[in-house]
Design a protein around this ligand. Structure first.
Ligand SMILES: [Fe+2]
Length: 547
């Protein structure tokens, strides 16, 4: 047998181990069954730049490439099941200035022609259109009104099928080129999308373009974006930007401004990928974008299509969907998550309705992590954890994805800070490449444990952090070494790919931007053990009996 030289970069306690793999089958990828693992920290490589630079508005990738009411910023997103997909796009030009004249959304129809043959787009579906405004009623601040945003929901689609489509308004002879997408497999314990790409805190920098180039080369079937999208709110309404808004502008402006054209730039740059690969987005703190009359999340809620109505949610800020045998739950961290609130009640209903014999994998995602050990945003989402963790644990969520912290971290299976074989694996993947600084310090390093009072996030409401009441860090706010629940952490830009193999095994791979395309930075098989953690079946039976 020939020797196949696959070098896996693994660093344990500062030692670099090169694992020689003798043929594909002899490479050992660790599994969670072998865990919990000793915590590993890969030291920050100073050669990596800790900051990233935004694409300027002169970059051809963010410039408007269409005329009149031709569609642009075309994107896809999933509905709750395989047979339905949303198509979204924008027509007409945005305006920004002291005086704006919003477009009439009825002026352009929302039509999609589609079919299974490029030469025969025999089906037609119509949808809805809207515009949104970002208004700042303060002297000297400019207002924004969007182009016409179109959302059309295709239904009656076959599973695992390639569809071609064209969108626009045929009466205006303003139809797009022909694009294509593949529907998700029908939900079932043996049916899964090939690759689900996961990324957070993406932004629109030269590092973002590297992330998306790498990610695209991996040919994902679905893209999940865990919040913090365009970073338009790092800009004033006059288009002046900064890596740190509060450092640069806080005292100069009566409200946290946002430069909405950055959203259009982001939509133009992303079209090449998301016109073919569905993108599912959940909001981060950069999507709050408060404006006149205290309106929030307007750009986020207007620009993307969400399967909220289809999944019984009354909000764009939290929803769920199926991708084959995976049930995704997207939660809102910057809206009410209290047990008495609408989101929590929806979450209870959604979890109880999941049939694990159909969708064995339960994956949850929200923006700020619960189990990050970086100094940045350390324990910032503790109130949400206290409120929601028990419910998710009682249904044995398998994996949790978060962003917000601009680095990578993978936990051991954990619940309430204790190692627990039935707790989820928490993965922080906020390393998409935005212009804010990379997180490189850890709360367990000398001098880097934050003051508890400094960890409050005004967007998350209450303040819940306390010193640990048990464990090695009892009576302290931070551990004095990498916590046991942290399995692997490294500061680098990148993204991840989730490949569910069957109803109990899934391969998780983290890729770093500076590596070659097929080299992994971290890889593990996440293995479900339903025989060990069977309580959900009782929960489902209880729910079924109650309705
Ligand atoms: Fe964030």
């Amino acid at each position: 047998m020939s020797l196949v030289f696959v070098l896996l970069r693994k660093q344990y306690h500062g030692l670099v181990l090169l694992l020689l793999c003798f043929g594909h089958y002899y490479c050992h990828v660790p599994t969670t069954l072998e865990g919990p693992f000793e915590p590993v920290t890969v030291p920050f490589d100073p050669a990596l730049r800790g900051v990233a630079v935004d694409l300027p508005d002169t970059d051809p990738r963010v410039r408007r490439q269409v005329q009149g009411f031709q569609p642009e910023q075309i994107s896809l997103s999933l509905s709750t099941t395989h047979d339905s997909v949303w198509v979204s796009w924008i027509t007409g030009e945005f305006q920004i200035g002291y005086y704006i004249n919003p477009l009439d959304p009825k002026a352009v129809s929302s039509v999609v022609h589609y079919g299974t043959s490029r030469t025969s787009l025999v089906h037609e579906t119509r949808g809805q259109s809207l515009i949104y405004n970002q208004l700042y009623p303060y002297e000297g601040l400019q207002n924004y009104t969007s182009g016409i945003i179109h959302h059309v929901r295709l239904t009656g689609l076959e599973p695992s099928t390639l569809y071609y489509y064209q969108c626009g308004d045929p009466s205006l002879q303003a139809m797009s080129d022909i694009y294509y997408f593949r529907t998700m497999p029908i939900s079932g314990p043996t049916n899964y999308p090939g690759k689900v790409a996961v990324v957070g805190d993406l932004g629109l920098t030269y590092n973002t373009t590297t992330t998306i180039k790498h990610l695209t080369s991996n040919e994902p079937d679905l893209l999940v974006l865990i919040g913090d999208v365009s970073y338009a709110n790092l800009y004033l309404t006059n288009g002046t930007g900064s890596d740190c808004y509060h450092c640069s502008f806080k005292k100069q402006t009566p409200i946290h401004e946002s430069y909405q054209p950055r959203w259009d730039y982001w939509g133009r740059f992303m079209q090449n990928l998301v016109s073919k690969v569905p993108i599912m987005v959940v909001e981060g703190n950069h999507e709050v974008e408060k404006q006149a009359e205290d309106r929030e999340f307007v750009a986020y809620s207007s620009r993307f299509a969400f399967p909220s109505e289809e999944c019984g949610s009354s909000s764009t800020l939290y929803y769920s969907f199926n991708a084959g045998g995976i049930h995704f739950i997207m939660l809102g961290a910057y809206t009410n998550y209290a047990r008495t609130g609408e989101q929590y009640k929806w979450l209870e209903r959604d979890l109880a309705s999941v049939d694990r014999s159909v969708t064995p994998w339960l994956v949850a995602a929200w923006h700020p992590p619960w189990y990050s050990t970086y100094e940045s945003h350390y324990r910032e989402a503790e109130c949400m954890r206290v409120e929601v963790e028990d419910l998710l644990y009682s249904y044995f969520v398998d994996i949790v994805f978060s962003g917000h912290v601009h680095a990578y971290e993978r936990s051991n299976r954990v619940y309430n800070y204790n190692l627990d074989p039935c707790g989820p694996v928490h993965i922080t993947i906020g390393d998409g490449g935005n212009r804010e600084r990379m997180a490189i310090n850890f709360a367990d390093e000398p001098g880097h444990c934050p003051d508890p009072s400094s960890t409050r996030d005004p967007y998350m409401g209450r303040f819940c952090v306390t010193n640990f009441s048990f464990g090695p860090a009892v009576s302290k706010f931070c551990w004095d070494r990498q916590p046991d629940y942290s399995a692997f952490r490294e500061s680098s830009f990148g993204y991840g790919i989730l490949e569910v193999k069957n109803e109990t095994w899934a391969l998780w791979s983290w890729y770093r931007n500076q590596d070659s395309y097929n080299e992994v930075g971290d890889q593990i098989y996440i293995v479900r053990q339903p025989h060990l953690c069977p309580v959900y079946q009782e929960k489902c039976r209880e729910y079924s009996a109650s309705i």
